[in-house]
Design a protein around this ligand. Sequence first.
Ligand SMILES: NC(=O)C1=CN([C@@H]2O[C@H](COP(=O)(O)OP(=O)(O)OC[C@H]3O[C@@H](n4cnc5c(N)ncnc54)[C@H](OP(=O)(O)O)[C@@H]3O)[C@@H](O)[C@H]2O)C=CC1
Ligand SMILES: O=C(O)C1=N[C@H](C(=O)O)C[C@H](O)C1
Length: 273
Amino acid sequence: MSPSDAPVRIAIAGASGRMGQELIAAVLQNPAVQLVGAFDRAGSPSLGQDAGVTSGQHTSVAITADVAQALHNAQVFIDFTRPEGTFQHLEAARTLGVKAVIGTTGFSDEEKTRIAEFAAQNAIVFAPNMSVGVNVTFKLLELAAKALSTGYDIEVIEAHHRHKVDAPSGTALKMGEVLAEALGRDLKDCAVYERYGHTGERDPSTIGFSTIRGGDIVGDHTVLFAGTGERIEISHKSSSRAGYAQGSVRAATFLQRQSTGLFDMFDVLGLRD
Ligand SMILES: NC(=O)C1=CN([C@@H]2O[C@H](COP(=O)(O)OP(=O)(O)OC[C@H]3O[C@@H](n4cnc5c(N)ncnc54)[C@H](OP(=O)(O)O)[C@@H]3O)[C@@H](O)[C@H]2O)C=CC1
Ligand SMILES: O=C(O)C1=N[C@H](C(=O)O)C[C@H](O)C1
């Protein structure tokens, strides 16, 4: 086996989280990658457990709160945590030369700039949605927005589980950016995130966002183009988290061919124009 064929050595941040567990399962079943580290924050009840426990597998990797120890043998770490955690992990990874796949959402614009600065040293894939289907949906939205640029009001509607802490979802915001760019607008100027009371008539230049939170909804996104006498809806619905995890593993193997730079799933999937 040549070094380039060797499995990519992966560490998982937020190892006991919903995505952390899904990622560990995806890594354990994919021979192109190898689990070498799993970490979670201090105080997590999962510390010391075998990382494979939820997948029903025994691994030689125990979940630790020691980020440097979890990263020391890794080539890439995959982070689905919270923005403040992601930056702590990026700091540790910088000194060790470890690349990153970041799926965490809820970053401010200033924080996104900081991620780009980290990527100048070690390559990063950063995307609010790692599923192939959602990234293809972004392309469909671009096409639809260009074709329906006048006479159609655009609304982005998203629904997620009751535990989600950020709104609108990172995916919904990215959809807004794709739509605004296709229409030659700036999302900052045309997004409407709230409506209440006497709102006045709808401004046709706006892109509206609606957020639903409840139960165990994995992640639904719909963009509505509402015209006169017709409506077009483009929807993506996730029924499990497997697609996010498999996309993340694909992103980690993509990083094998990159030393520095900031990438997203369009780069990983070959969808960039
Ligand atoms: N890009 C994509 O495709 C997707 C992105 N996401 C995003 O991934 C993130 C995680 O989602 P999900 O797995 O559902 O969330 P969970 O809350 O289930 O998991 C988050 C994990 O990160 C840990 N964590 C929380 N805060 C910190 C911190 N400050 N430092 C270090 N670790 C921390 C949690 O530990 P503890 O339990 O102790 O709090 C937990 O282990 C969200 O931002 C979500 O939007 C989710 C799905 C797909
Ligand atoms: O928190 C989640 O669950 C999800 N978060 C991502 C987002 O904010 O877009 C991706 C997916 O929708 C699931």
